[in-house]
Structure formats: structure tokens, C-alpha cells
Ligand binder design. Structure first.
Ligand SMILES: Cc1ncc(COP(=O)(O)O)c(C=O)c1O
Length: 464
């Protein structure tokens, strides 16, 4: 079969047999799918051989680029030993070594690693650990079962993660399946729920959280948040000091802090973990996505010795954490994650990233003059550009207009892959993206926004 007929067959089979995530399949099947066959560095290539910049790091997972020789080798070397053996009642070398390496780079005080397979399951484990911890610590506090979540939070798609999520479009219809949570407003400064301005607001949005914890701490097990950047909400960046203050409030009222670093972890915000920007150690931390450099599905929930010890006891005290998955501690995933951390250490990924973050900011700045760019939010290599119908009133485009989607389609035609979140265009490049690739990404994004939205033309951003 020649390449052309093989590709046509793949298209037909995709439409015939698949159901894609977060995808309206009725619409999907009206267009030939973009089928990615290989990658190299910051680029992916489709089956026709066309090249695209991976502007979203293959959904925020890729760190050191596609086909990194060290990561490729880690996988092949491990397959020569064993691909998988269970972690229930057994252990394996890469999982042991990775746990040690993770503790080494994690916020100080996180000393225990519990593996799972994806971001949602890492969050599920954290929630269950928190509830069981309060039952078993001395003195016990079994009434502490509720969680505080932030509005617009996204922690994954399994039901526990959905319970602490707060994006109505994704989560609303499952309300009857969810456990009750307490919601606090997110620090969404561009659309401040209190109609205040930062910094003169002095983070007044923290006051309701303080009031909530003060009055209901006896029933609250923990507060869960995405530190520094609420990613799926549209890269909502928290003001400086917000996370630290939340940590103080948790300490003051005896509530656990659960940091969901699934999106922000592994250098994405410029530090290994976002919590480290404010020198905060959470009580539980969920990681996944960048853990394996974007190679394998693997996740971990890290916690403190204090929480871990509450689960110790004789077998018949039933303090065991009865939770696990078939692929927990998968040796292939752990081997490649270990290699990923080694690259961070040996090549100075985070040091090299610093000037590129500054360049990224400089490149994004001129987009602010575009008539329909309402807000640009960036932390490290995570950026969100919120498109608005009217800049003065900040009136959003109606979601059904799918303006973000149209910009993404236009960017794709120009060689950049994007996946918008509603009206927010997301740019999350792999950390190894070079300065010239970064320039090209932002320049394509700029031209695409202009083409789709601008009626009153502003000058194009120069490729500097
Ligand atoms: C902050 C955060 N938590 C959890 C998840 C869920 O991770 P997964 O898709 O691997 O289940 C995501 C996914 O985007 C996320 O951004």
C-alpha cells in the first residue's frame, strides 16, 4: 500500500473507530484528522511529512523535546530488562531511584512518593490520603472530610477530581455524582469577582477564604489548588504572595494544603515546582504530565513524613492506604522520568530557561496592543492570551463563536499547533524550545489572531 492510500485508510479508520477526548465527534468526522506520526525537538510531523511547532508541548507534557536521545535510550534500556511488574507487594529499581530523585527536587519536607498513572489519579490519591489522615492521626478528627476548591479549578476528569473542579462546562452535568465541596473565588485579577484592582486590593479575595477556614475548619480536610497558575481555567496567574498566604491560613486553622502541580510541575513556571516560587511546602502534592518529559503516563502524590506516619500500624489496625493501580510504579515510566530529571540536573534546563522566559515576555508584550487581546498572562513557559469581543468592556466572545478554535486552525495552517481553552489561547512550549523557535511561535500566533479577529488593523509584531 502506498503512503497516500495508507493515510487515507488511517483517516477512515480514525473516523470509523475512535472517540477523541474533549472533542465533538460530529464535527471531527467532517474534516480529515491531523495525524501525527513523529517528532523531533520542539516539532511534530504529520503522516504527510508536514512540520508543526508543538506550541502546547503535546498538552503540557513535553519538557526536553521529542525524540530526546537520553529519554529514548532510557526506555529501550529498560525494555531490555522488564516493561512492567506489579508494585503491590513488590518493588523495582527505577521506581525506587525515581522516588529518591523526586524527593530531592521537591519542596523541602515532601519525603514520601506514592505512584499512580495520570494527573487525575494523583489528585484522587491526595484527596483520599487527606481524609484518611484526619481519621488516623492522633487525636483523630474524622469530621474533617470537606475540601475547599477555587472557582474555575481543574484537577482532572475522574469523579473525585471533578468534585474539586469548578469548570461548569466540563463538570456541571455530573453534579449528582459528586461529593460536596466549599468554593472560594479564584484570584482572577482580569475579571476580579470583587471588582478590585491589584495591588491596591491587597488580595482581598483571601479574606473570604480566611473566614471560611475560621468558621468551618473542623469539617475541612484540605484546600486544593493549582499553585501560581490555574492552567485549564485559562492560565490564571495568582498574584505574588497569594500562595504563601494560603499556606499560612492552612497552618493557622489546621487544614491540609494540597498543591496540584500536574500542569505547573517540572520547570513549566521557571522553577522545578510552582510552590518553590513562594518557598511553600504543601502537605500533599500531585505531579504528572512533565514527570516523564512527555514520554509515558506516570504520576505521583508526594507527602510529608507526618502524614505518612499516620498510616503506620499493625495490619489489623486497618490503617493501610487501600489504594493502587495495575500500572502503579511502572518501570518504563519511572526509568524515563529518572532520565528526565537527570537531564534537568546535567544540562541545567532551568538555568537555560531563564533568559528564554524573559524573551517570551518581551515577545508577548506587543500582542497586548491587538484590539481583541484583553489580557496576557504568563508565568515561565505557560502563557494565556484572553481574547475579548470588546476590550473596553472586557465583553467575552460567545463561546459558540469558537474564536480561539479559529485562531488555532489558522496557526496550524502556518505551522504551529495550539489547543485553546475557549477564548484563551494557550502557548506552552517545550522547555528546550530555542529562542528562534519561540519567536516563530509568537509571530505565528500574532498573525493568526490578527487574521481571525482584527478589523481595525494594528502593525504586525516584528520577528525580533
Ligand atoms: C492542574 C491539573 N490537574 C490535573 C490534571 C489531570 O491530569 P490528567 O489529564 O493526566 O488526568 C490536569 C490536566 O490538564 C491539570 O492541568
Amino acid at each position: 500500500m502506498n503512503t497516500n492510500s495508507r493515510n487515507k485508510q488511517l483517516e477512515r479508520w480514525d473516523h470509523r473507530y475512535l472517540w477523541h477526548p474533549f472533542t465533538q465527534m460530529q464535527e471531527w468526522t467532517t474534516e480529515p484528522p491531523l495525524i501525527i506520526e513523529r517528532g523531533k525537538g520542539a516539532y511534530v510531523f504529520d503522516v504527510e511529512g508536514r512540520r508543526y511547532l508543538d506550541g502546547v508541548s503535546s498538552l503540557w507534557v513535553n519538557i526536553h523535546g521529542h525524540r530526546h536521545p537520553v529519554l529514548d535510550h532510557a526506555i529501550t534500556a529498560q525494555t531490555e530488562k522488564i516493561a512492567h511488574s506489579t508494585f503491590l507487594g513488590l518493588s523495582n529499581p527505577p521506581a525506587i531511584e525515581l522516588a529518591r530523585a523526586l524527593v530531592h527536587v521537591a519542596p523541602r519536607g515532601l519525603t514520601r512518593v506514592f505512584y499512580s498513572d495520570n494527573g487525575s489519579t494523583a489528585v484522587e490519591a491526595a484527596l483520599k490520603m487527606a481524609v484518611q489522615y484526619w481519621q488516623q492521626r492522633v487525636p483523630s478528627a474524622p469530621a474533617k472530610t470537606k475540601f475547599v476548591r477555587l472557582s474555575l479549578a481543574y484537577h482532572g476528569d475522574t469523579l473525585g477530581a471533578v468534585s474539586v473542579g469548578s469548570i461548569d462546562l466540563f463538570h456541571g452535568r455530573f453534579d449528582s455524582l459528586l461529593f460536596p465541596t466549599l468554593t472560594a473565588d479564584a484570584p482572577y485579577c482580569y475579571r476580579c469577582p470583587l471588582k478590585l484592582e491589584y495591588p491596591s486590593c491587597r488580595m482581598a479575595c483571601l479574606e473570604p477564604i480566611e473566614t471560611l477556614l475560621r468558621s468551618r475548619h473542623e469539617e475541612i480536610a484540605g484546600i486544593i489548588l493549582e499553585p501560581i497558575v490555574q492552567a485549564a481555567a485559562g492560565m490564571i496567574t495568582a498574584p505574588s504572595g497569594y500562595l504563601k498566604r494560603i499556606r499560612e491560613l492552612c497552618d493557622a486553622f489546621g487544614v491540609l494544603l494540597i498543591a496540584d502541580e500536574v500542569a505547573t510541575g517540572f520547570g513549566r513556571t521557571g522553577r522545578m515546582f510552582a510552590c518553590q516560587h513562594e518557598d511553600v511546602t504543601p502537605d500533599l502534592m500531585a505531579v504528572s504530565k512533565g514527570l516523564t518529559g512527555g514520554y509515558m503516563p506516570l504520576a505521583a502524590t508526594l507527602t510529608t513524613e507526618k502524614i505518612y506516619e499516620a498510616f503506620l500500624g499493625r495490619y489489623d489496625e486497618w490503617k493501610t492506604f487501600f489504594h493502587g493501580h495495575s500500572y502503579t510504579g511502572n518501570p518504563l515510566g519511572c526509568a524515563v522520568a529518572l532520565a528526565n530529571l537527570r537531564i534537568f540536573r546535567r544540562t541545567g534546563t532551568l538555568t537555560k530557561l531563564r533568559p528564554k522566559i524573559a524573551l517570551f515576555s518581551r515577545l508577548l508584550k506587543p500582542l497586548a496592543v491587538q484590539q481583541h487581546v484583553g489580557d496576557i498572562r504568563q508565568r515561565g513557559f505557560m502563557a494565556g492570551l484572553e481574547l475579548v469581543k470588546d476590550r473596553a468592556s472586557r465583553e467575552p466572545y460567545p463561546l459558540e463563536a469558537r474564536v480561539g478554535h479559529q485562531v488555532a486552525l489558522e496557526s496550524r495552517r502556518q505551522g504551529l499547533l495550539l489547543r485553546p481553552l475557549g477564548n484563551v489561547l494557550i502557548l506552552v512550549p517545550p522547555l528546550i524550545t530555542t529562542s528562534s523557535e519561540l519567536r516563530r511561535m509568537v509571530s505565528i500566533l500574532h498573525r493568526s489572531i490578527e487574521k481571525v479577529t482584527v478589523t481595525d488593523r494594528t502593525p504586525s509584531v516584528p520577528c525580533t
